[in-house]
Structures are given as C-alpha cells and as structure tokens.
Design a binder for this molecule. Structure first.
Ligand code: DHB
Ligand code: FE
Length: 258
C-alpha cells in the first residue's frame, strides 16, 4: 500500500493535471511541443545550471513554496528566494570590511542591525551576503572560482553590522534556454530588480534567507521570479565624497544602504 503522503500527492497531481488539460484542450502538436520543452529543460541542467529551478522561479512556484514553509512569525523580517548564486563556505570578513574583492563600481556602505523576533539585538549573528556587480553579474558568472561581492560577517555587541562593497545592478536571469523562450513567448522581460542577498543565522533562531531591494528600481513591480516584498525594499542614499558614517574617508561619491 502506498504511503499516505504519496497517495495524496498522486491524487492531487492527476486531478489538477487533468483539469488543466481539459481546460486548454491541447492539440496533438501542442502536447508534443510540451514534451519537447520539458525534455530540453532537463538537458539544460548541469553542474552550474538548473533550468528546472529557473522554471519554478519564473512561474512563481518557488516563492509559493517559500511562503508555505516560512510563514512569517510576528516581528520577523520577510523571506525571499535563495537564488542560484550562493556559494558555500564564504570568506570571513571583519566588521566594516570591504567585500567587493576588486569589483568596480560606485562604493556602497551597507549598515544594519540583527534582532530576534522579540526585538532584542543579537550579538554574534552570522550574516552571509552576496550581490551582483554594476554590470549585473555575480562573481561566479565571470569565473567559477572568482570570489567578489560576497562574504560572511558577524554582528557586534549591539547586533550591528557594516560592510563596504559596490552598488549592484538589476540583471536578467539566464534567458538563453527554455525559460528564456517561455518568458519571450509570454511577453515578459527576464530581469530582477537590484538587490543584496542575505542569509542570517543565529543560535536558537530559524535561519533567514532574504534580500534587500533598492528603492526606485524600474523592475520592482515586475521581478521575473516574483521575489519582491514591500517590507524589504530600502532606500539607497547618495553621499558626496568625504568621511562616511563609519569614519572611512571616501574620495568619491558613494551610496549607503541601511
Ligand atoms: C536569483 C537568480 C535567479 O536566476 C533566480 O531564478 C532566482 C534568484 C537571484 O540571484 O536572486
Ligand atoms: Fe540575486
């Protein structure tokens, strides 16, 4: 006898799939095209690319699964997609360090505070951060071994963290495969609005996987993977050259995310 969970999943799958097929009444050619699409999607999955995850993302399924599994406890920051560009075992940086690793672009100071759901600041919380460069590419897209614009930091006694990097740009998800063809057929662009990724972990708390999005980005209302939530959009403030709030002397104009 099948496992009850497997039975439930199978019955629901068949029920919804049949309802879908009854609704659209595919021609024989459309059915073949669908099989071809899924076959090509599978062939695009390699060590460095997972086209099925892209498909799940671009159809809003990943955010739905995230919403089901991470119902926001009171006081918690909202979650969003992990995305494909996290790298395990990030390099560790001291508080206030520059994590840009030689990326070019407008200097960006990021400051924030990590607190528990009760509002109490958390000392020694672990922050993994990563972001795209000014061209919209992650380090690993330039070269698999490259490490820039990513790192790990710890919060201080007041739960605060700060780091320097460069301002990220909005960017397209990989769109030279079946997901790109689907987006084009749907009349959708492949862009994600500019953001910085965070995974925050602290003893006794659920890990938080989220981003901070930059206010004013033209793609905030049409993120191709539906990852935007209003509560995680933050202002990027322009500063002239001079002494930054952390005491660093910056010889060029810079931006601050906080
Ligand atoms: C991200 C990139 C993707 O290609 C995707 O499908 C989801 C998220 C990202 O980097 O945030
Ligand atoms: Fe990203």
């Amino acid at each position: 006898t099948p496992d009850p969970r497997v039975r439930h999943i199978s019955e629901a799958l068949v029920r919804h799939l049949h309802a879908f097929v009854r609704e659209i009444e595919p021609t024989q050619e459309e059915w073949s095209a669908a099989i071809g699409f899924l076959t090509r999607t599978g062939h695009l999955c390699t060590q460095t690319r997972q086209e099925f995850i892209l498909l799940s993302d671009a159809l809003g399924v990943s955010m739905l699964v995230d919403a089901i599994n991470h119902r926001k406890p009171a006081g918690a920051t909202e979650t969003t997609v992990l995305g494909p560009f996290y790298v395990e075992g990030p390099r560790e940086f001291a508080d206030g360090a520059d994590i840009s690793g030689g990326m070019t672009g407008t200097p960006m100071l990021v400051r924030g505070m990590v607190a528990g759901t009760d509002g109490r600041p958390l000392r020694g919380a672990v922050l993994d951060v990563w972001h795209a460069d000014e061209g919209g590419f992650y380090d690993v897209q330039h070269a698999p071994e490259a490490r820039a614009g990513r790192g790990r930091l710890l919060t201080d006694a007041e739960g605060r963290f700060r780091f320097w990097s460069v301002r990220p740009s909005s960017y397209p998800i990989p769109h030279d495969g079946t997901v790109g063809a689907m987006l084009a057929a749907q009349g959708r662009h492949p862009y994600r609005p500019a953001h910085v990724h965070f995974i925050v972990t602290a003893a006794g708390f659920e890990p938080l996987v989220t981003h901070l999005f930059i206010a004013g980005d033209p793609y905030l209302d049409s993120d191709v993977v539906f990852g935007v939530k209003d509560s995680i959009i933050v202002d990027l403030v322009d500063h002239p050259p001079g002494t930054a709030p952390d005491g660093r002397v910056v010889p060029e104009a810079y931006v601050e995310l906080s």
